[in-house]
Design a protein around this ligand. Sequence first.
Ligand code: GTP
Length: 362
Amino acid sequence: MIARSERGCEGMKAVILAGGEGTRLRPLTLTTPKPVVPVVDRPFLRHQLDLLRRTGVTEVVFSVAYRPERIQAVFGDGSRLGMRIHYAVEETPLGTGGAVKNAEPLLDDTTIVFNGDVLTDVDLPRVVAEHIATHAAATLVLTPVANPSAYGLVELDETGRVRRFLEKPKPSEITTDTINAGIYVLQTSTLALMPPAVNHSIERAFFPNLLSRGDLVRAHVHRGYWIDIGTPEKYLQVHRDILGGGFPVTLEGQGVAGGWVHPDATIEPGVKLQGPFYVGAGCRVLAGAEIGPGTVLAARVNVAPRARLSDCVVWEGTEVGEEAWIEGALLGLGVRVGRRVRVTPGAVVGEGTYLSDYSRTA
Ligand code: GTP
């Protein structure tokens, strides 16, 4: 992790790409855009803002297109977080490249760009320092993955200079295990290369163009924590990682039986608790219920007697009925789970769904 004193990005601005529809996280993202889905005890982008603020970045441009009003309602002008947040709103989505171009008038000479769905402990001051020291036009953060063939590959020379980009590589072309992590440092002047108001991709169009005109494009390989929360599996995984200490976050609440309980939550005596778990503000867990490892109750969730929950994320306002059994699942806002309902691993239940008594999801 970055030492809190290491404020090596002081005064720099960051653009956060937060305008995607998040189709792979539907139905959760039909009403709640991915940048503000809860991740344990706070909207996702708060985790990114926390990282940026620790490095000295206090001014951020949110590049938004899908449900911008929901994002603005959560973050406002940033003053509650001690930051300044601007919004560059797209009338129609401009893709990851067009989105940065759209934010250009708000930027200074050197800009940090973050995909709005990645959580990482990357050493940003170091990436920025390398970028400046090498006079690069752009520096990409790369991260290793187990199966790089499913991604676009970035091939480097021994000095860290990008040699070429490879989309959908054949097995014989896979010479590296690192992929684009969705975090960049750019000289803002390079954005002159981007066509204004045209939908295009920063990774598939802009960076290859920059390379082919001979600009210095470099990479920083980050081997620490990195995840993108874009699928239900990874969204669940990020909760396991935070609860298990794999990504350190100071959660609001106090330690109880290997988990965390918000001061405004009620857990009746006679609840069986097995950590790690998180029980958020205003939740009520009644006697005889079981909260097992990996359970996250975001806020105002009521759990009835003898209900059993484990390895699941339950959003605000959900009601869990008596003897319901929820495991390995995601439940959106205000879901009502009836008596003896079985919600099985892999289930993703959208906002306001009513699962009547004895229902099963598979
Ligand atoms: P899927 O639909 O599930 O692929 O998710 P997504 O829409 O978020 O797309 P993807 O994961 O490829 O996007 C990566 C990042 O870029 C996310 O943080 C998105 O919010 C952001 N993004 C994608 N497209 C746009 C866009 O057109 N405009 C803006 N401002 N951001 C975008």
